[in-house]
Ligand binder design. Structure first.
Ligand code: NAP
Ligand code: MG
Length: 487
């Protein structure tokens, strides 16, 4: 570790910002630690309004050139970024695991390939983006997607590079320039992305990365008058703060926020599949916005479901996320462990029963937990824990199930386990959720709209919806040749 770089898992990472094609240091740093053992792994440049403004200025200066770059050339450069990601998959996977504690095997096989795919998908989608012209009294309507301008993208720590590139790729494809602010608990792969983009030939200032505490660097970015879009993934209170800050310039926002999603298990379900879906909710130590953390099980099968759930969950191996055999790694930060435990303590004090877990483990590990005897209006049912903590409630009718499922302030996702396709259709139609999975979980296509309702967010991204957000849509109406306006 030196002033400007660190070596993590054998990979050299520059710890300075990336602004206008240059590495820029701040006078102060903050310490990045690994959740695996709490050890410091980097002294990261700690941005302030100064670096935020410099990054927006760089993005603004680079915008006209990038916006005017032909679509095919922008697409070619994004594919070159994808090539760079693929070349460095092993390095990115290792650095991400040490930085945020999620499983190495899933970074290697699922996440980093998906990061490359983010760039390829939006590059290709850009080339197909068109709306059929249509006529109005002989005049032609022609719809175009004009680049909006500099975009501020703010992302969380639970899937750092995956969530960042899910915004960076469509924003750049659309012809915008970008200032990315990664989360302070996991900033390293964003810095590697800057290297990869530079190597791929992305012009200076098109992608900028500013590090720092959200509370110190955030407002300067989100209230900046030259910023044309803000896309944020994170928590509800931060989103509310950002929305207020963006209001000064009426900057359009896309907000991907938290959830308290249900898994509805009907008595007619394949119970082993339902149990698999339920246990899967411990993935990434429960630090997944989409996690179906409320198990709603039809009373007739609740006992059998619980028995099989406990049998399967107790076989999960918790430990070092670099080990191939590990199923659950650590949580991101000691503060997060304390927060999770606070939720569980209060639930137990209010009468909940821990079927499994209910306590922290060593270091930053939290035992996979299932709580029953919880009330619908209690904190543990209503608030997002963002840890390996599930609740189980029972229902007796479809109406009852739908009521419980919808009775929180969130609306991100819902999962159904049922053997009856008609029931699936009936229930789905009544659920408030941006995504509904029937007899599956976490299957996501970049073509599909993604986002949440109510406090789970504003807007949808994915496929054309991403371009709708990152562009200013323009309709051009052209008169037929020789047409005269006679009033
Ligand atoms: P968070 O505290 O809201 O932080 C998210 C990002 O916002 C971080 O980069 C943070 O920076 C930054 N930030 C903090 N204060 C800011 C401010 N005043 N202005 C601008 N930016 C600011 O959320 P988190 O705890 O890291 O992430 C977990 C949350 O994200 C959960 O609620 C989860 O459900 C949600 N999430 C949603 C999705 C989705 O797609 N819907 C996906 C993943 C996660 P620093 O942390 O560096 O200070
Ligand atoms: Mg870290």
């Amino acid at each position: 570790m030196s002033e400007h770089r660190t070596t993590v898992a054998g990979v050299a990472v520059d710890t300075r910002h990336w602004i206008g094609g240059q590495r820029v240091a701040s006078p102060r740093t903050f310490t990045d630690a690994s959740p695996i053992d709490g050890a410091p792994i980097g002294e990261i440049s700690r941005g302030t309004a100064v670096e935020a403004r410099a990054a927006v200025a760089a993005a603004k200066a680079a915008f006209p050139g990038w916006a005017a770059t032909p679509r095919a050339e922008r697409a070619r450069l994004l594919h070159a970024v994808a090539d760079g990601v693929e070349k460095r998959t092993e390095e990115l996977a290792n650095v991400e695991t040490v930085d945020n504690g999620a499983l190495l095997r899933s970074h290697r096989r699922g996440v980093m390939p998906r990061v490359a795919h983010n760039f390829r998908f939006f590059a290709d989608w850009l080339l197909t983006l068109e709306h059929e012209d249509f006529a109005t009294r002989g005049h032609t309507n022609h719809v175009t997607w004009d680049p909006a301008g500099p975009c501020v993208l703010i992302t969380p720590w639970n899937a750092p590079l995956m969530l960042a590139t899910w915004k960076v790729a469509p924003a750049l494809a659309a012809g915008n320039t970008v200032v990315l602010k990664p989360a302070e608990w996991s900033p390293l792969t964003a810095s590697l992305l800057a290297d990869i983009a530079a190597e791929a030939g992305l012009p200076a200032g098109v992608l900028n990365v500013v590090q720092g505490y959200g509370s110190e660097v955030g407002d300067a970015l989100t209230s900046h008058p030259d910023v044309r879009r803000i896309s944020f993934t994170g928590s509800v209170p931060t989103a509310q703060h950002i929305a207020a800050s963006a209001a000064a310039n009426l900057t359009p926002l896309s907000l991907e926020l938290g959830g308290k999603s249900p898994l509805l298990v009907f008595a007619d379900a394949d119970l082993d599949l339902a149990v698999d879906l339920a246990v899967e909710q411990y993935d990434n130590a429960g630090q997944v916005c989409l996690a179906a953390t409320r198990l709603l099980v039809e009373e007739a099968v609740a006992e059998e479901f619980t028995r099989r759930f406990v049998a399967k969950a107790s076989r999960l191996r918790q430990g070092d996320p670099r080990e191939e055999s590990t199923d659950i790694g650590p949580t991101i930060h000691p503060r997060q462990v304390a927060k999770i435990d606070g939720f569980v303590r209060r639930a137990l004090a209010a009468g909940a029963r821990a079927v499994i877990g209910g306590h922290p483990g060593e270091g930053q590990y939290y035992a996979p937990t299932l709580l029953t005897d919880v009330r619908q209006d209690s904190e543990i049912v209503q608030e997002e824990v963002f840890g390996p903590v599930l609740t189980l409630q029972t229902f007796t009718s479809e109406d009852d199930a739908v009521h419980l499922a919808n009775d929180t302030r969130f609306g991100l996702a819902a999962t159904l386990a049922t053997g009856d396709p008609e029931r699936a259709e009936r229930v789905t139609a009544r659920l408030v959720a941006g995504t509904v999975w029937v007899n599956c979980f976490f299957v996501r296509d970049l073509k599909a709209p993604f986002g949440g309702s109510r406090h789970s967010g504003i807007g949808r991204e994915g496929g054309t919806w991403s371009f709708d957000f990152y562009c200013d849509l323009k309709n051009t109406v052209t008169a037929p040749k020789g047409w005269k306006d006679h009033g």
